[in-house]
Design a protein around this ligand. Structure first.
Ligand SMILES: CC(C)(COP(=O)(O)OP(=O)(O)OC[C@H]1O[C@@H](n2cnc3c(N)ncnc32)[C@H](O)[C@@H]1OP(=O)(O)O)[C@@H](O)C(=O)NCCC(=O)NCCS
Length: 168
């Protein structure tokens, strides 16, 4: 049985990763431009992507302490992901990350995906604070976070921007 979608937006389906996503995931993670400010090395092997998609089978959306890669699908194709991790010690705080394949950038898709995931976390999963950790040299990422209403606290060190949004 197909897994349930997390959200459907005007252009995108946000859904769990599946084993059939491994080749596309490995392809965009292997692009040095997309990996530049990320935690993985390039090239990113299809086997590694396969292992990641298999791990994701056991992770629920907003499950405290675990990263979940939410697949971003457009026109039936995996074009990127939003990563979500609810804090294991404080389940009212979550962190998000995101990657789009190069050929899917510049069309507002990451904005559209985050604008779907952020309200899900606040409204359906009771988050009070959502953060993203982002290198300040990563201009597209900073611009994206600002577009979705996140901002850097004054105390953030200059090389790393911790962007946050709060609700009371
Ligand atoms: C960060 C990243 C996802 C941003 O991608 P992006 O394509 O710039 O962001 P969006 O998909 O929201 O698209 C915004 C662009 O589309 C344009 N756009 C077109 N239609 C739009 C719409 N309806 N809404 C918003 N933007 C739209 C915007 O003007 C903007 O283009 P510009 O930067 O030339 O002004 C992408 O650069 C990436 O994957 N980087 C590598 C991974 C990474 O570093 N992740 C962050 C780790 S913290």
């Amino acid at each position: 049985m197909a897994a349930e979608n997390f959200a459907v937006t005007e252009h995108l389906v946000l859904r769990p990763m599946a084993s059939g996503d491994a080749a596309a995931l490995a392809a965009y993670r292997s692009d040095p431009m997309q990996a530049r400010y990320q935690s993985w090395e390039t090239p990113y092997a299809v086997d590694t992507a396969q292992a990641l998609t298999a791990e994701m089978r056991d992770v629920r959306f907003a499950q405290p302490g675990s990263w979940l890669q939410v697949a971003i699908e457009s026109a039936g194709r995996l074009i990127g992901d939003v990563a979500v991790r609810v804090d294991g010690d404080d389940p009212r705080q979550a962190e998000v990350g995101f990657t789009l394949a190069a050929d899917a950038q510049g069309r507002g898709f990451a904005t559209e995906a985050l604008r779907a995931v952020i309200p899900l976390l606040f409204t359906e999963h009771g988050m009070h604070r959502i953060t993203a950790v982002c290198d300040t040299r990563n201009d597209r990422s900073v611009a994206l976070l600002e577009r979705v209403g996140m901002h850097a606290p004054r105390s953030a060190p200059p090389e790393i921007r911790l962007v946050e949004r709060r609700v009371d």
